[in-house]
Design a protein around this ligand. Structure first.
Ligand code: UDP
Ligand code: MG
Length: 173
C-alpha cells in the first residue's frame, strides 16, 4: 500500500529512482518484526575544524549546525598537523605560491578531525560549509556566516567520494 503510493509514479518504468530504491531495499534489514525498513544509502565524509575555528571558540556552533542538519559524528579527535600530512592533504595546492601560508595556518594550532555520516553527506556537507572563495560563501553557510577571508575559512570537507575515502584513511587510519 505504502509502496504502491510512493512508487506508483514510476510503475512500469525502470528509472534511476526506482533502481536506487531497489538497491536500498536489498540493503534493508527486513526488520526483526517483519516490516520492511528501508535503510537509505549513507555516506561518510572527512570534516576538519581548522585552527581558526578552534581558536575562535566556534567548534560547538559548527558541530551543532552539522548535527541539526541530521548528520552524525561517527568519530572525532583533536590533532596537531605537520607539514608532511598537509603536503598530502593539500597536494592539489602544493605548487601554489600561497602553499607555505596554508601550512603556517594549518599548523598554527590543533584541529578537530571528524568523520561525519549521513544521507548524501559528502555533497551535503560542502553545501553546509559554503564556497571556498569567501566572497562567494552565502549567508547561512558556515563559511558565509563566519569566514572573512578565503584562507581562514574554519572548516574542511571532502569534495568527492574518492577524496572522502582517502582522507578518512589519512586521518583515521
Ligand atoms: N586556500 C587559500 N587561498 C586560495 C585557495 C585556498 O588560502 O586561494 C586555502 C583555504 O583555507 C582552503 C584550502 O586552502 O580551504 C584548500 O583549498 P581548496 O581549493 O581545496 O578549497 P576547499 O576544498 O577547502 O573549499
Ligand atoms: Mg578542497
Amino acid at each position: 500500500m505504502e509502496r504502491g503510493s510512493r512508487h506508483g509514479i514510476s510503475r512500469g518504468r525502470s528509472d534511476a529512482a526506482s533502481a536506487e530504491t531497489a538497491k536500498n531495499r536489498k540493503r534493508s534489514n527486513g526488520g526483526s518484526r517483519g516490516e520492511r525498513t528501508t535503510i537509505m544509502a549513507t555516506e561518510r565524509t572527512y570534516i576538519m575544524l581548522k585552527p581558526d575555528c578552534i581558536r575562535r571558540g566556534l567548534a560547538g556552533e559548527v558541530i551543532a549546525r552539522i548535527e541539526r542538519k541530521g548528520y552524525r559524528l561517527a568519530d572525532a579527535k583533536m590533532m596537531t598537523l605537520d607539514e608532511p600530512i598537509l603536503r598530502e592533504h593539500y597536494a592539489h595546492l602544493k605548487d601554489e605560491p600561497f602553499f607555505p601560508d596554508i601550512v603556517e595556518y594549518m599548523t598554527s594550532g590543533p584541529v578537530l578531525a571528524m568523520i561525519v555520516e549521513g544521507e548524501n553527506a559528502i555533497r551535503g556537507m560542502r553545501i553546509l560549509m559554503g564556497a571556498t572563495r569567501f566572497e562567494d560563501a552565502e549567508a547561512g553557510t558556515i563559511r558565509g556566516d563566519f569566514a572573512a577571508s578565503t584562507r581562514y575559512n574554519l572548516i574542511h570537507g571532502s569534495d568527492s567520494p574518492e577524496s572522502a575515502e582517502a582522507e578518512i584513511r589519512r586521518f583515521f587510519g
